[in-house]
Design a protein around this ligand. Structure first.
Ligand code: FAD
Length: 494
């Protein structure tokens, strides 16, 4: 029988390949990785039914090999021939598969920059290599522009020091992808402080959370641009300092980048505030925003989201194409199958196309990449009719959205419809408890039932709240007092 082939050495691909090869020692698995390092998880700690914390470690791809798991590293898949059940690698070789699982991740969305010469000062952080590349330019910078409002942009703004930052966001508050105006306010006071005041110093407590680890990898190991996406500890161990004596953050809300110019002279005269550009220059580039302002700066860090790496599987007109969603994700059904026979997809590259549970939605995160990789391995075994394979429904774990991360040094847990997703604003009620510089708790209630929650800081409420969301317990008896100090919710539902 031809092997199961898994494409991609990120969390989704590695989890899928490892799970299948351990469950099925008599079946061959080939993991194809475009880089020489793969990502795997360690120190898994379960905080609730779907709330997992774990370390993500980068390892040499060879370390994954076992008697039935073969790893082809530094090999890129360039073609899919689904009729022939085969894929082609960039060295020309064709490989036959019995089942194929595509876990090729996503690449950063780019901004349009006409001036070729200006492009050298723009960085997209995607993986270990691009993160290193960005630090070199940062070291000589006095002012940078950070574009984007998700987890990566937020961490960049928090982590870099000794530089002036102009944070350009589309929304009205920072971190809008992950938290609301209240949480944004809670965090804002840490913006200019980092380096002089950290969460540890203000609360006196150490940060308790798992860390991502990076092995010290020789740059030559990265043969091409297809790196592995980073996790929340991407900044650990990097020198993220500019050349100013302190850090200063300025936020430009409701804007996007329109254009980037290499010199003042290349800015069209019709742009009214061209003459007002501050005299602290010259700068490497000049950035025009949609609000008409132009800022001189030394570099731009762009973190405006990702686009699934699906191109290679749809471009070739000679072969059947995979069906894609509008976001370019490969559409998958409830058992991780694509529209093509024997082809599955998992992780950042896919877009779920099943009727979603009320309290879950897809977000391109490592938690979901791991869950999907694991679940795909179980589905594949079931569809292969392998002896003793379980109905994959047993492993379906996409009922309540759960994400554990860290912002500004605080452990942050997001549960269910934590920001009122899928609901009208007048449909739900918000309860909030804030201890400045320590804890921020917000719950979303509808008809007396908890729909979602944001937990920032150490509060041990995650398991209870997840239980309340899963089981839609009637909380009307608590009225508005659910988060009151004297009420021990955790004990109450123990
Ligand atoms: P990836 O990890 O991207 O792996 C894709 C793999 O496919 C790579 O090995 C690549 O080399 C390979 N590949 C691609 N194309 C081909 C091809 N044609 N042939 C062969 N191989 C190919 N998530 C969180 O949950 N929390 C966070 O705090 C967080 N922070 C992040 C910070 C940064 C800076 C970034 C960039 C991402 C962050 N993420 C975070 C997102 C998270 O890293 C991703 O959601 C997750 O890693 C996706 O895993 P994946 O396996 O689907 O894809």
């Amino acid at each position: 029988m031809d092997p199961l082939i898994v494409i991609g050495g990120g969390i989704a691909g590695v989890t899928c390949a490892k799970t299948f090869s351990i469950d099925r020692p008599n079946h061959r698995v080939i993991l194809v990785s475009a880089s020489a390092v793969v990502k795997t998880i360690a120190n898994l700690k379960t905080l609730g039914r779907s709330i997992d914390m774990f370390d993500v470690i980068e390892q040499n791809a060879n370390s994954l090999k076992s008697s039935n798991l073969q790893v082809l590293m530094n090999k890129k898949v360039i073609r899919l021939d689904s009729n022939g059940h085969r894929i082609q690698l960039d060295d020309g070789q064709w490989l036959k598969y019995s089942k194929l699982c595509i876990c090729t991740g996503a690449k950063p969305r780019t901004i349009k920059v006409d001036d070729q010469d200006a492009r050298q000062f723009i960085r997209y952080i995607r993986d270990t290599q691009t993160a290193k590349y960005f630090t070199k330019l940062l070291a000589g910078s006095r002012r940078i522009i950070v574009a984007g409002n998700g987890g990566i942009a937020t961490e960049v703004v928090y982590a870099v020091e000794n530089v002036e930052i102009i944070w350009a966001i589309r929304e009205t508050t920072i971190g809008a992808v992950f938290f609301d105006a209240g949480a944004a306010k809670f965090f804002t006071e840490f913006l200019n402080d980092h380096g002089t005041t950290t969460k540890q110093e203000t609360t006196g407590k150490p940060i308790k959370r798992a860390r991502f680890g990076q092995i010290d990898i020789d740059d030559n190991l990265f043969k091409n641009e297809f790196g592995i996406a980073l996790g929340p500890d991407w900044s650990q161990g990097l020198n993220l300092k500019g050349r100013e004596s302190r850090k200063k953050v300025m936020i430009e809300t409701k804007v996007e980048i329109v254009n980037v110019y290499r010199t003042i002279e290349s800015i069209p005269d019709i742009i009214s505030n061209k003459m007002d550009l501050d005299k602290n220059g010259p700068w490497n580039i000049y950035v025009e925003l949609t609000n008409g302002k132009i800022f001189g700066c030394d570099m731009i860090i762009v973190a405006i989201g990702v686009t699934p790496n699906s191109d290679v599987f749809v471009d070739d007109k000679n072969y059947l194409s995979l069906q894609l969603a509008t976001d370019k994700g490969i559409l998958i059904d409830r058992e991780m199958r694509t529209n093509l026979n024997d082809i599955y997809a998992a992780g950042d590259v896919c877009t779920v196309n099943w009727p979603q549970s009320s309290h879950w939605f897809q977000m391109r995160l490592w938690t979901q990449a791991r869950q999907m990789g694991f679940y795909a391995a179980k589905c594949i075994q079931w569809h292969m009719n392998l002896i003793n394979s379980d109905n994959p429904n047993l492993y379906f774990n996409f009922d309540v959205f759960a994400h554990v991360t860290q912002f500004f040094g605080f452990r942050t847990i997001l549960l269910g419809l934590y920001d009122g997703q899928k609901m009208n604003t007048d449909d739900y009620k918000i309860l909030c408890r804030v201890i400045p510089r320590e804890v921020y708790i917000k719950v979303i209630l509808k008809n007396g039932q908890m729909k979602g929650a944001i937990l920032i800081g150490d509060n041990n409420l995650e398991e209870t709240f997840e239980f309340l969301i899963y089981n839609q317990i009637d909380l009307t008896r608590f009225g508005d007092h659910l988060l009151d100090d004297h009420l021990d919710v955790e004990d109450f539902f123990d």
